[in-house]
Ligand binder design. Sequence first.
Ligand SMILES: Nc1ncnc2c1ncn2[C@@H]1O[C@H](COP(=O)(O)OP(=O)(O)OP(=O)(O)O)[C@@H](O)[C@H]1O
Ligand SMILES: [Mg+2]
Length: 423
Amino acid sequence: MQKYIYGVDFGTSNSALAILDLESKQVVKLFTIPSLLFFKEPKVRGEITQIAVGTEAIELYVKNRMDGRFMKSIKKVLPNKSFIDTRIGAKLYKAEDLVALILKKLKTMADEYVGQEVKTAVMGRPVVFDENPERDALAQNRLEKSARLVGFEEIHFQFEPVGAAYAYERESVSHQLVLVADFGGGTSDFSLMKLNPGAEELSDRRKDMIGQGGIYIGGDSFDSDIMWHKGTPHFGRGVKEEFTPGKPLDLPLSYFQNICSWEKMNFLDTLRMKLSIQKSYNFSGKDFRVRNLQILIEENLGYSLFKEIEKAKINISNEPVTDFRFEQSGIVLNETIEYQEFSETIISENLQKIMNYLEGFLKDKNINPKNIDAVFMTGGTSLLKTLHDAFADKFGKDKLKSGDNFHSVANGLAYSYWGFVKN
Ligand SMILES: Nc1ncnc2c1ncn2[C@@H]1O[C@H](COP(=O)(O)OP(=O)(O)OP(=O)(O)O)[C@@H](O)[C@H]1O
Ligand SMILES: [Mg+2]
């Protein structure tokens, strides 16, 4: 009989693996890595591509002065039908190959820890990979292929917030109706569950799982919001180009839409787009902000800029005014962000979408927020004060609970294993 199984949470920003010991019935170890990849492409024919995963991806990317392919938020590729593959060096990588690199790293660490090759995994998946069922199925299919590629043979899928609910249930002592809210980098996922402490090993928990829902807005969306409001004006938003004298026009909106998520910045790194930006530069009277845009693209500075944005976003919860600074290759950004401005303007639209979604979700399940006994908030983005305050307003401060923001899902996924095997 197998002694261990793994709970695997492949996340937009971070991925985690929990080792469940089936004899002691405990998670005995947890590994976590950032979901990042870096490929150092060969400069000469025949040389092999160097691949780094997780924290090493950042290290190698910086060591190579941002020269190479750096990938973040790979999870977002999973439902993308038009992504067939990408060529890196001499090799074509499909979406599942990219994901497999991350899963492989985690699995190798865990297999080394337990001293055997574990073949069974409970894989997490967001409630909604994509609104479109076909793309949603494609995403899960690709994730399953990745799991097979790294050597898993028995693979179960579980909703991520259900995983978080299992983790919370283990810490609870009373029977309660709980809303589990998992705010990650890519998605905000919800699960309503009747807690039944001591029932974790029961197989059929369907009647306790009242419903799941999710929306494709997460921490990455708030980063984009900051970039839109505080970053894009430094890269030409608001600057005019004048092809016909006396008829000034705004620069194409697509420039700024693309730089608001750093992975889309690559779309500007094509000859056609570079020529277009060069033209905008010339016809804007060589405005320094358009030059900043050129430098941002040419020097591949997206990741470092978004790192500063994330830093500011994290600090915002702890102080009334936060600095957002970036200085590299002649680009100088020196902004401040006020907490109030952040909450009421910068992220308000996306935050409202999350709250509206949740309201519809509860209505749909016929649940009055008053009847919810506890709200378990998890995921990195749940640390955002604005979000916390919005939840306190809706449910009452005393009902809000939190746990281990970065490990709950993987932990609970592992514990949910019995639900798949016992009848
Ligand atoms: N202290 C903090 N305050 C606000 N946001 C934070 C904080 N720490 C991390 N984050 C954000 O949390 C997100 C990552 O959280 P998490 O690791 O739970 O996501 P994930 O599981 O990788 O994503 P998903 O579940 O959506 O696939 C990032 O957007 C990050 O910027
Ligand atoms: Mg997550």
